[in-house]
Structure formats: structure tokens, C-alpha cells
Write a protein that binds this ligand. Sequence first.
Ligand code: ADP
Ligand code: MG
Length: 326
Amino acid sequence: EHLANQIAAGEVVERPASVLKELIENAVDAGATTIDVTAEDGGLSSLRIVDNGSGIQPDDLRTAFQRHATSKIATGKDLFQIVTLGFRGEALPSIAAVAKVRCISASDTGGLGRLIEIEGGQIKREEDAGAPRGTDMTVKELFYNTPARLKYMRTVQTELGHLSDVVYRQALSRPDIAFTFAHNGTTLLRTQGNGDLRQVVAAIYGTAAAKAMIEVSAEHPDYAIEGLTALPVETRSNRNAVTVLVNGRYVRSPAVVQPLLQAYHTLLPINRYPLSVLSLRMHPSLVDVNVHPAKLEVRFSKETELRAFVEGAVRKALGGQAYIPS
Ligand code: ADP
Ligand code: MG
């Protein structure tokens, strides 16, 4: 089982940012309204995620770190109807196999919580601990026992960039959750959690960028789209400027980005991306989120229709705007 965990770790835990992604998704699944992330040294020394979600029952804490103990999928059919973000039951055991993990969780308000410490898959300590409702997870010394993996880590700055991407995407997906993100003692992001996407955009990209964005909103029998896109004043050279969410989940999707660019075609300088957040809703049967294990890639069953819909929605949003080249 230990070996299995280490093998699974190779798939789930590529770098600090992949740990962070799994832990934030768990906090979101637990219904948290605040998620506080602290990292040291690009997450390689320490990553801590504190949430105020439903917590883990004291009797379930140990089990949560056991492989496949808790997969949220009940049947094969569920693969096409994924509601919660996590569905493999592999993240916690995989992370605990390659790091030193301390988790304190409490499931009832002001109630008795439980603490567990695991190093390289071995339970070192487990005891009752008073804690507020929610989960406080610290992952230290990632890959300390897998030096080959550690060698692949890039600079602190590179790992920090990946961590920031993960937090930004989650914050953009959930304007109703208050996120904070601090690195080596400096707060890099603070969102309000009041549901206002434009405020999240302002916290990430700055108020000027947020003000320059216009609303995208359209419906179709199969699809709905909501979001913000920048007039051509706010563009970036990096495709990360475009955040695409499908049914609340961040994805990489040329099938959405390309029609967005198409709608902009005469307005947009070559190799520039308009700062945008596009959130698409559709029936789960129209999208296969299981194409890629990291769940970032999706396949749409009616892609041509979707492309036309996205392009039309962005054209409509841009239509009312007079673009004055500077
Ligand atoms: P999965 O999310 O696929 O079920 P994980 O290994 O990520 O698997 O988590 C195992 C289980 O631990 C979850 O199903 C959930 O019951 C519990 N859990 C993990 N993190 C949290 C959290 N932050 N709050 C509440 N429960 C959690
Ligand atoms: Mg999970």
C-alpha cells in the first residue's frame, strides 16, 4: 500500500502547486466560505491551507489518508455527472506519502477536533485537539523522501508562479469564497468572498484592468455563459490572461479561447489575449471532464455549436462598445 501511494503520488503530486490544487478543491468541496493559504519557499518548505468547511469527523480522519478510502464517486455513471471537484480519493494519501503532513480538523462548531501527523505515509501522532470548525492542513518538506522528484523542482519564483495560478483560478471560479494567499510572510491576494467577480479580478489584475472589462452574458438551449472580457486596452501576451470555467471548474480549452479571439479579430493585436474570465454552464452530458488526469482538459460533444455560441456571446458584448485606438 505504501508503494501504491508513492506511485499514485507521482501522478497526483507533480509539484507544490498540484498539492495546493487538491487541498483547495477539498476545502471547496467541504463548503468552506473562507480559505487561507500560506506558503514558504514556493511551497517546498511549507504549504498550509486553513478552511472553515464541514471538517472531517474525528473517526474518519485516519481513513481520509488511506488510499481509495473515500472516493466521492459511487458508480461509473457518476463519472459523467461530477458535482464535487474531487473524485479519486487519492490526493491525501498521495500527498502524505511524499511529505510531512499535519492535519487538524473539527466537524462541529466549537467542538472537539482531531489531529493527525503523518510522515512519508507513516502515522506519527494522532490525538484529540480543540479546533474551530473546519480543516487546517500543513504540508511540510514536500518530496523530502523522493529526492529524484525534488531535483525536478525549479526556483522558488517558478513554483510560486504555479501556486499563484492555482489560487487565482480558484478565486476566479468562486467569487463567493474569501481567499487569502501569503508567501514568505507577504500577502499576495485577498478576496472579499461577496460573490462579485469584478472585485476578484481587481484583486488579481488591478482595479484599472477590472474597470476596463465589460460583461459577457448569453444563453442558448444547451449553454449559458457569464463573465467579463476586456476591451482591447487590457491585453496580455500570455494565454493565462483568459480564464475558462466549465460548470465551475477551471479548464484549458482552445474550443473556448479560439472563438473568443475570433470575436475580437480586427480589434486585437497579433499574439495578444484580452484579459477575460468566461464561465460556461452546460448539461454534464455535453462535456467530458475526464480526458486528462489533472482534469484541466475537457472534450465537448457539440464543439462546433459551442464555438459559435461563445463567439456570438463575445461579439454581442463587444458590439455596444466603441473602441478608440490609443
Ligand atoms: P477525494 O477528494 O477524492 O474524496 P481526498 O484524498 O482529496 O479524496 O480526500 C479524502 C477525503 O477527506 C474527502 O473525501 C473528504 O471526505 C475528506 N476531506 C479532505 N479534505 C477535507 C477538508 N478540507 N474538509 C473536509 N473534509 C475533507
Ligand atoms: Mg480531493
